[in-house]
Write a protein that binds this ligand. Structure first.
Ligand code: ADP
Ligand code: MG
Length: 668
């Protein structure tokens, strides 16, 4: 594929700089799609301007640049006028703007019109001459995201230089999508209308999905060539473990465990996703799998996203497995005498290692790792998972991923085509659904506080979740502490503690431990308790500013209560008395994570939910996974295509492209 240097205007130095942004070839650039388009047909007369994104057509005068020397800063300003009025325009650090205007000439200005420094102004607009719009392109202009010092305007120039190249691009795909790739690429960068863009997007989205699905399919074939240790199923062992549990497994747990135990017997690595709603009891299923590995004479690892969760898993696994003679150890950042522990892991003196990222650091070696369990798998990137899998020497370990964020069917087929999936679709017996109530802040005094007081008296506990205001540690900590102080005044008889993400791991564990032992009544916290924490005696959850959380997140949070046999409640507090959003209403109606995931998918679009989350490195550029019809079509066509192995040889570019995807998704 031709390097970027083939493009006019890109020399060796620029080419080197562009590498950093992943632009190595002409094609990389061609697939850098506009972030947005500006429609210069929709210019507003100055008298009708409203704050926000606007396009104005007018002439400019009174141009000048002021330098703020001390701060190496310049302000270029001017006045734009049309027949109906005038406005101030400002550019920061763009002194060259002055020279770019001809007197008495009309331009289009596109930017943000806002109230700043005591007056309305148009800030740093893009500019295009009215003559250009009239002549060339119907005034429909792409806008590209800035990459370092390369601004939208630079990309536009480069695409001008590449236009001939784009128009010659051969089709990548064998199957006939409507139109050609050449048209699609030209139209996405040089559209004449909104319709052009839509058509181009359809084509390119189809292309992207086709590749993705094909890669997943071929991946599955590829993975099935890898070897793993077969871990023999011995009925007595599993019976022994299950018999020692204080409860009976649900049918759903049994059937998921059975899927896994069978997979482990293969000499091909298992790659299975165990999905089950919060509280459905995934951990014990993992324990059953781990026991099979240990009994077969191998080591197992359980990777959790946070130290709190890892510590809790340690306790659970020890309770279940230690009486059966299994040695379980914790490896997290705060682990003391780490070198000693790592040596014992390497020597095979530890059967099961539970931990966080510390497990996947380079100097952690196993004696004979045969099973890796990843809890809340969407929290880990592809690279991290990959690293864990490399720990098994020349064979691949069996991999069990667990998630409480269910993956809708439509996605399972595509991106996750190379995964086997088991679903725990029922909650343990005796669980009562969490009663959920939306409550305006103003109603707390009357409707919430008495409930809390009563529950504390009855010996139950409360999670109190505050919003995470800023990423900076201090304000998060301050916010949580302030809320805790408020609650101490409100509930003088309650023991109140707080927890936030910026505390030291030790400190967090201590606070969490006290809450678990019921030495605390109310735990004020940020979303650090979101995943996995298990305190069955906590029956009440209050979520402040509920509107500021996503649906999936609220459902996860709510899953922290309702874990015992007592009736639990969740209060979603909304500021003021605004009408609650659809999200909150759905949450009030349903406790079913799978239903809510579908709703979330509809409300937000899957890119947001599954794009980054599920596949760290998988960034869909243009397809949205909500487009099920397109997915189905691509699915059908890719399946047909994959049936004939010679196809991959015939379509070289596609082949190369697929390899890239495969590197990202191998072993998942
Ligand atoms: P999650 O699927 O959210 O990870 P956990 O594995 O943490 O759920 O289990 C939640 C709670 O349910 C734990 O306290 C666990 O001991 C309990 N549990 C698991 N399976 C059962 C069951 N079959 N019957 C009763 N309680 C169960
Ligand atoms: Mg869990």
């Amino acid at each position: 594929m031709s390097p970027v240097e083939d493009i006019k205007g890109i020399g060796p130095k620029t080419a080197e700089a562009l590498k950093k942004y992943g632009f190595l070839t002409v094609k990389d650039l061609a697939y850098y799609f506009p972030r947005d388009y500006e429609d210069y047909h929709r210019a507003t007369e100055i008298k009708d301007l409203e704050p926000g994104k606007v396009v104005v057509k007018g002439k400019i005068c009174q141009l000048m640049t002021n330098y703020v020397r001390r701060r190496h800063f310049s302000v270029t300003s001017g006045v734009i006028y049309d027949d109906t009025g005038e406005i101030r325009v400002v550019w920061y650090n763009q002194p060259y703007r002055i020279k770019s205007f001809q007197p008495d000439t009309e331009y289009y200005f596109s930017g943000n019109f806002d109230f700043k420094y005591n007056r309305y102004q148009l800030t740093s607009p893009n500019v295009i001459s009215a003559a250009d719009v009239a002549e060339h392109r119907n005034g429909y202009q792409p806008v590209y995201s800035t990459k370092g010092s390369y601004k939208s305007i630079w990309f536009k120039r480069m695409f001008e230089n590449m236009k001939m190249e784009l128009a010659k691009a051969p089709d990548l795909l064998p199957t006939v999508a409507a139109g050609t790739r050449a048209d699609a690429l030209v139209n996405i960068h040089f559209p004449e209308s909104y319709q052009d863009v839509e058509k181009a997007k359809q084509y390119l989205a189809y292309e992207e999905l086709f590749e993705l699905i094909l890669a997943a399919k071929l991946n599955k074939n590829e993975n099935s060539k890898l070897k793993a240790e077969p871990l023999k199923f011995v009925a007595e062992n599993t019976k022994e473990l299950v018999g020692s549990l204080p409860f009976a497994l649900t049918n759903a747990q049994k059937s998921a465990a059975w899927d896994i135990l069978k997979d482990l017997e293969n000499d091909q690595p298992m790659n299975r996703l165990l999905q089950g709603d919060v509280g459905s009891g995934k951990t014990v299923v993992a324990a059953i799998a781990i026991y099979q590995a240990v009994k077969a004479g191998y080591q197992a690892a359980l990777l959790a996203p946070t130290a709190i969760l890892a510590t809790q898993h340690l306790a659970t696994l020890r309770k279940i497995l230690e009486p059966l003679g299994v040695k379980v150890e914790l490896l997290i950042g705060a682990t003391k005498k780490k070198d000693d522990l790592k040596k014992r892991i390497k020597d095979g003196e530890v059967d099961v290692v539970v931990g966080t990222h510390a497990i996947i650091t380079d100097d952690t070696r196993f004696n004979n790792l045969a099973l890796a369990v990843i809890d809340e798998q969407h929290r880990f990137g592809v690279m991290q998972r990959q690293k864990l899998l490399m720990k098994a020497g020349d064979k691949a370990p069996h991999l069990l991923s667990m998630t409480a964020t269910p993956i809708p069917r439509s996605l399972q087929l595509t991106i996750f085509g190379d995964l086997d999936v088991s679903t725990i679709s029922e909650l343990p017996k005796g669980r009562q659904p969490v009663a959920t109530k939306i409550l305006a802040e103003t109603g707390m005094q009357e409707e919430l506080y008495p409930v809390i007081n009563q529950k504390i008296k009855e010996g139950e506990q409360i999670f109190w979740i505050c919003k995470l205001i800023e990423e900076t540690g201090r304000s998060e900590a301050a916010n949580v502490k302030k809320e805790a102080d408020k609650l101490k005044l409100q509930f003088p008889n309650a023991r109140v503690e707080f927890l936030h993400g910026h505390m030291k791991p030790d400190e967090k564990d201590e606070v969490m431990g006290r809450f678990q032992r019921h030495e605390t009544d109310i735990l004020v916290s940020t979303t650090v308790v979101e995943v996995g924490v298990d305190v069955p005696n906590a029956t009440q959850m209050v979520i402040m500013d509920a509107e500021s959380f996503g649906l999936a997140q609220l459902h996860q949070l709510r899953g922290r209560v309702g874990r015992g046999s007592k009736q639990s409640q969740c209060f979603l507090i909304t500021p003021g008395d605004k009408a609650p959003t659809r999200r909150l209403q759905e949450l009030e109606k349903s406790n079913d994570g799978f239903y809510l995931a579908e709703v979330d998918l509809k409300l937000r679009g899957p890119g947001e939910i599954y794009g980054q989350l599920q596949h760290g490195a998988l960034n869909l550029k243009i397809a949205t996974l909500g487009d099920t019809r397109l997915i189905e079509r691509a699915q059908k066509d890719a399946t047909e295509f994959a049936k004939n192995p010679e196809n991959m040889l015939k379509y070289e570019e596609l082949n190369a492209e697929i390899k890239k995807y495969q590197q990202l998704t191998t072993l998942n």
